[in-house]
Design a protein around this ligand. Structure first.
Ligand code: GLC
Length: 562
């Protein structure tokens, strides 16, 4: 297992709605992905992760699934899916699916049955509870617990028909499945085997550390000023999580080779991640942790906190050290839930956008772990210039806005300031293929507007320019294939107290790499000895004129023999 193929791989995430629209309905689709497979192969992606493509009411853009074994008609059909899979495989790329089984859609037949009566055989497939003792069902405060949902409002929905509530940690159209029920687990495993038999190469598991709940469902802690409590102590890394993941491994993955599994785990600790990813324990290959994307989040959710580089280094350094012996890290700046990293931790002004995008890519990809590239990151795509709340489409942004402004007395402007900087729709504006009116994404009206900067930032222009972010990412990915220390080397953080420079070494056998990224708009010198005359493997700007003095947003990778 020490030589697992995915340690040398780079994963590219596709958000199908926003990738490429082949039929002019304004919504990306599978045919659009097929049309652009060469872009991904040229970049050097080894694995494609598809955000959900299953039939769905699209309440949360497909993370609300109403049929786990088919394709959403907006995106295509199973025959087109098979064609996509074959096209990827022909180019040496694997495909992993998004597995969303903490919850289903409320329109899934399982839930329709469950909701139909208290004695339906599937009643117990979801979390149904009566009103709080002594309270009138359906009235404010009668919810079974005080938990808030991630998307705003209570985590409980009252259902007139049977007079009980069901739990939904996300939207009311995403009822939580009850993993305590063995029939639920077997149904999920059977579905997973069906996709693997079809040829898919693994799964990215949505909020998988929330599937095991403390069945006593205790009330959560109520923070000052918030309308609902944080119940996460009862469902993040719950009592049976390891057991469920090991059972899933036995039932689904045992005896199958060449697969990749990655569990999305908000709030996971390093110690838990070691247990989840230690290959001997047979749970998952790697997890997505969130500490490094929560670093610019303060105690008050509606105040922006600027990035403090020393904190970011402390966090990622802790994850590197923690998973050095057993387990493995995933590495990401971006995905469909995060703002664009060049706008967040870099500088998206025209003068520094390309340099800072390349610097961020360098620092990430040179850590020990498997890097994930989110569509458009390889072009240095930026946040969108959102105006008012009516320009947002994301259920999270809309729900949180409503709760903050209507229930918690926040001003629209303070909430909008944070949503513009951090909102998920920043990641979801269409992929920028060329400089034509809709950026080459669609001939129709895109479901979310294309960023006006597609005239300068687009794949067509960047593929023709050897100095582009695209070609830099391509070289970065190539370096993983040609220099074994990138995938296999150990990791040592340097300069932990420097607020501008992110510096570390990687060492494998007789080779050592020095990586430095300047996270600032001013020149900065790295006081690191012993690298005179080392070979410069990669830089995003001209070679530093003075040894280890980096220009604004510069990144360098040196190699020496030791
Ligand atoms: C995960 C997904 C996110 C989704 C949520 C509920 O965090 O990445 O997009 O809204 O789970 O499924």
């Amino acid at each position: 297992m020490t030589d697992s193929w995915w340690k040398k791989s780079v994963v590219y995430q596709i958000y199908p709605r926003s990738f490429a629209d082949s039929d002019g309905d304004g919504m990306g689709d599978l045919r659009g992905i097929i049309d652009h497979l060469d872009h991904l192969a040229e970049l050097g992606a080894d694995v494609l992760w598809l955000s959900p493509v299953y039939p769905s009411p699209q309440d949360d853009n497909g993370y609300d699934i109403s049929d786990y074994q088919d394709i959403e008609p907006l995106f295509g059909d199973l025959a087109t899916f098979d064609e996509l899979l074959a096209g990827a495989h022909e180019r040496g790329m694997k495909i992993i699916m998004d597995l969303v089984v903490n919850h289903s859609s409320d329109e899934h037949p399982w839930f329709l049955e469950s909701r139909s009566s208290t004695d339906n055989p599937k009643r117990d497939w979801y979390w149904w509870r009566p009103a709080r003792p002594g309270m009138q069902p359906g009235t404010p405060g009668a919810e079974p617990t005080n938990w808030g949902s991630v998307f705003g409002g209570s985590a409980w929905q009252f259902d007139e028909k049977t007079g009980e509530y069901y739990l939904h940690l996300f939207s009311a159209k995403q009822p939580d499945l009850n993993w305590e029920n063995p029939e639920v687990r077997q149904a999920v495993y059977a579905m997973m085997r069906w996709w693997l038999d079809r040829g898919v190469d693994g799964f990215r598991m949505d909020v998988i550390n929330m599937i095991s709940k403390d069945v006593s469902l205790p009330d959560g802690r109520l923070n000052a000023g918030s309308a609902y409590a944080d119940g996460s102590a009862a469902f993040i890394g719950g009592p049976r999580l390891h057991e469920f993941l090991q059972e899933m491994h036995r039932e689904v993955f045992e005896g199958r080779d060449g697969l990749l599994t990655v569990g999305e785990m908000p709030g996971v600790t390093v110690d838990e991640a070691i247990l989840h990813t230690d290959p001997d324990r047979r749970e998952v290959d790697m997890v997505f942790q969130f500490d490094h994307v929560w670093v610019d989040r303060g105690p008050d959710p509606w105040r922006l906190v600027p990035l403090q580089l020393t904190q970011l280094k402390a966090i990622l350094g802790r994850w590197q050290a923690g998973l050095a012996e057993a387990g493995w890290n995933s590495l990401y700046w971006n995905n469909h839930d995060q703002p664009r990293v060049v706008s967040r931790y870099g500088d998206d002004s025209p003068a520094h956008r390309a340099a800072s995008a390349k610097m961020l890519g360098t620092v990430l990809h040179l850590h020990r772990g498997t890097p994930y590239v989110y569509q458009g990151e390889e072009l240095g795509m930026t946040n969108y210039p959102f105006g008012g709340i009516d320009e947002f489409r994301d259920i999270e942004a809309l729900g949180q806005y409503r709760q903050a402004v209507e229930l918690e007395g926040r001003t629209p402007e303070e909430v909008l300031t944070v949503l513009r900087a951090r909102g998920r729709d920043n990641a979801r504006t269409p992929m920028q293929w060329d400089d034509s009116p809709n950026g080459g994404f669609s001939t129709g009206t895109p479901w979310l507007p294309v960023n006006p900067n597609h005239r300068e930032i687009n794949a067509h222009a960047q593929r023709a320019d050897p100095d582009s972010v695209f070609h830099y990412y391509r070289r970065l990915i190539e370096l993983r294939k040609t220099e074994p220390a990138v995938a296999g080397g150990d990791f040592t953080m340097l300069l932990p107290d420097d607020e501008r420079l992110y510096a570390f070494t990687r060492r494998l056998g007789g080779t050592e790499l020095l990586v430095i990224g300047n996270f600032s708009g001013v020149e900065a010198h790295a006081a690191i000895d012993g690298w005179d005359g080392a070979e410069l493997l990669l830089t995003n700007l001209d070679e530093p004129r003075t040894h280890l003095t980096l220009a604004p947003w510069q990144a360098v990778v040196y190699r020496r023999a030791v």
